[in-house]
Design a protein around this ligand. Sequence first.
Ligand SMILES: [Zn+2]
Length: 875
Amino acid sequence: MLLRINCVTVAIFVFVVMFLHSNDASANATVASCQEMLLAGRYEDCLKATTDAVANKSYGEEWPILKAESELALGKYPEALETVAAGIERYSWSVRLRLLQYKSALANGKRDLAAAALAETEKLVSSASWRYTDADDLVALGEIAIALGADAKAVQEGFYERARKNYPNRPDGFLAAGRLALKKGDVPFAAELLTAAEKTMPDQADINFLLSEAYRTSDAEKATEFLKKSLELNSNYAPAMLRITEQQIDREEYEQAEKTIQQLLTVNPNLPEAHSLQSVIWHLRNDEAAAETSRAAALKFSTANPEVDHLIGRKLSQKYRFAEGAAFQRKALEADVEFVEARIQLAQDLLRLGIEEEGWQQAEQAYKADGYNTTLFNLLKLKDSLGRFTTVSSEHFQVRMETNEAAVYGPRVLALLEQAWTDVTARYEFTPEVPVYVEIYPRVDDFAVRTFGVPDVAGFLGVCFGKVVTANSPATRKENPGSWESVLWHEFCHVITLQKTSNRMPRWLSEGISVFEERRTDSRWGQHMTPDFRDRILAGDVTPVADLSSAFLTAKSGEDLNFAYYESSMLVEHLVTVHGLPALNAVLKDLNDGVQINDALDRHTDGLDILEESFAKFLNEQATAFATGVEFATEELAAAKLVDLVSVKAFLKDHPQNFSAIILYASLLIKADQLHEAQSQLKKLITLVPQDDHTNGPRRLLSDIYKQREQTELEMQTLTEHLQYSADDLEAAMRLQELCELLKQPERVVELGATIFAIDPFQPSALTRTVTAAESLGQTDVAISALTSLLTLQKDDAARLHFRIAALLKETDKESARRHVLLALAHAPRYREAHKLLLELVKEAAPQQSNAEAVKPSALDPPASREMPTTEPQN
Ligand SMILES: [Zn+2]
C-alpha cells in the first residue's frame, strides 16, 4: 500500500507551519548543536541537552526527536518510547515522531504499538498531506510507506526523489534512497547517488558508511577508506563498527571481533546486532550455552525480533555452516513470516545444501513479496538457465552441466570425480554424504549468481559448499586456459574436509589440503614456488599461521591470494611430512569434535610454536633452493626501457643472472636472427630455473627457435619437458600433439589428447588426432569417447562420425553399432559404406529380419530435422 499525498488545504495548518519556521535564533542554534552532537556520536551530551530543552518546554518537534534518537543510540529503548509518546502529545501532527514511535516500539518488541503508529500516520497524511513536503517529512513518510508494504520503486520516486530535488543540500533523501537501494541489491544506483551526496556533504558519517557498503564487493580498498572516514566523523557509529566486527569474524579474528563488540556495548549495552555477533562467535567456538545467552541478550527488549536470528544465521552460512544457518532463518521466519531477507537467505542456504526443490520454492515465494530485489531477480534468471542443463550421474555424483557440454566431456567429469572419490576418501578415512552435487557453468555470471548471489564476481574457478560444488566450465576460460580437472579435484577435497569437520575448519587448512592434494595427484597441478614467492619468503614476508586464514580475505592482488594458497598448502605438506597423514586426520577429527585449531595442532604435532618454527625453516629451504642466484626483480630493467641488443647486453654485465633481462636479450637475438646465441642464452636460463612453467618462458622460446629451424626432434623434446611442469599450456600441448602425429607416435598423440582435453575439451582438431591415433592402436574406448565428443562439436560431420563409431563397435557391441550406422544413414541416406556395414550387421544379427525393418530408425534415434545431404561425406 502506498500513502497518497492529497492536495487538501486546511487554513489553520498554514499558521502552524509559519509558526514553526519562526523559531527564534537561539533555539535554532541549540537544535543545530544537538544535531551535531548526535552526528558526532556524542549521544550522552545530546541526551543531556535535549532532556533540559524538553524539561524547559522549548518548542519544536526536533527536541523530542533528538532526545529519542540519542536514547535509541544508547540502548535506552523504553525511555525512547516514553520520550516519543510525550512528544506526540505536544506535536500530534509530526510524522517524524510517528516514525520514531514505530522504530522505538519495534525496539521494545511492541508490535501492536508499531502498527498503530503506522495507521496514525496514514490518517494524518490523508487529512493534511500538503504540509509534509519538508525533506525530513518526505523521508519519514517514505520509510513508513515501506513499512506498510509499499512498492520500493514507488517510494524511491514518490518520496525520496522529491526530497532530494526539493532539498539537494539535505542528506535525508540521499541516505534513505541509498539505504533502500542497497537493501534491494541495487548497488550501482546507491553508489551513484551517494557519491554525489558525499561531494556536497562530506562530513556525514552515514553517507560515508553507505558508500563503503556500496563498494564492499567491487572495490575493497575504496570501501575501507569510506568505512574509516565514517568512524573518523563518528567514532561511536554503530553500523560501521558492526561491519568491522563482521569483517573480523570473516577473517577468523575472533578475539579482535570481541573487542569491537565490547566497544559497541559500552555505548549501547543492549544493541541486538552486537549480541547477535557475539552469539555467532560462541557458535564458532562450539559453546552452545554461551551462544544462547548472547542470543537472549540480543532479544532482551524484543523477543520476536527476526533480525537477530537472521543475522546469526547469515554469518553462520558465511562460515559454510549452511544447515545451522538455514535453521536460524526458519526461526526468523517463525517470528515474522513476512521477513523477506530471511526467506532470501533461506533459499540460498537450501540451494547450497543441495535441497533444490524447497530452495527454489522459497526463492519464488520471496520474489512474490519483493519484486525489486536484484538477488532474487538474478537467482530466478539463473533458474531459467538451469532449465537448459542436464544431469549426468555416477555412483557418488550428480553433475549438472549444459546439455551440449555434458555430451562433450560429461563422461570424463564423472570418471575424474569417481577417481577422486576413491583416492581421497581412502586417504582421509571419510565417506561424504551421497550424492555429491557438482554444477558446471558455461557463463561466468550464472556461476557468480549461483555461488555468491550476485553477478560480476570474477576470478573464481570453483567453489565448494560442502555437499554442492560449483565450477566454471572450460568454455569460460578461453582467454586464460587451465586444467579444469585440477579444479574439480581441488573442490572435491573440500567436500571431504568440510564434511569431515562439519564445516568447522579454518580457511587456510581447507585450502591448504586441497592444493596439497592437487600437487600430490599431479605434480603439475596446484600452486608451486615462483620467483615472486621466493622473494617474499626470503624477504621474511610470510604470514604467521594464526593470520593465514585472513590472508585469503585481505589479499590485495592475485599474487597475494596465490601466495596464501601456496603457503597454506606447504604448511599442510610440511605437517604431513613431519607427522604423517594420520596426524592430519586426527586434527580434522578434533575440529569436528569442537576442538579449536591451535589446540588440535598442539595435540597432534609438537605444538604450534615448534610447528611454526620448523615450517619457516622448511619454507626457507624451498625458497633458497629455487633458482639460486637468479635475480627476478624487474624494476630496474623496466626503468631502463631497453630496446636494443647493445644496451641489454650492457645491462646484463651488471645483472648477469637477471631472468627478465636474459629473456629480453634472447627475444631480441631471435628478432635479429642470431638464433645460435639466443639458443645458448635460453639453455642457460633453463638450467638456472628448470621449474619455470611460463607460457612465454625460456622453454617455449627455445621451442620456437627449433620450430623456425625445423629441428622437429628438438622442438618436441623441449615442449615435452615444458609440459612436465605445466598442465595449463594449451598451445604447447596442441603443437606437440601435431608434431607427434607427424612423426607417427600414436601413443603420445593419445596421451597429449588427454592433456588437451583436461584443459579444453572443445578442440576438434585434437580430438580428431586422438581418434585416428587410438584407432591405429586398437584403443577402441578412447577412440569412441573422442568421436562422441566430436558428435556435438562437429554436427555437420555427424554421418561420418556415427559411421566410425559403428565400425569400432561392430565386433563388441552389435546393437550399438547398428544404432550408430542407422544414425549415419539418417544424416546421409546415400552413404554407401554405411549401407554396406549395416548389411553386414543385419545379416549377422538377425538373418530372419527384413532389410526394410532394420533400416527403420528406432524410437531412440533423434529425427533428422535438417535437409538430408545427398552426397556421401567427404574425407
Ligand atoms: Zn579451495
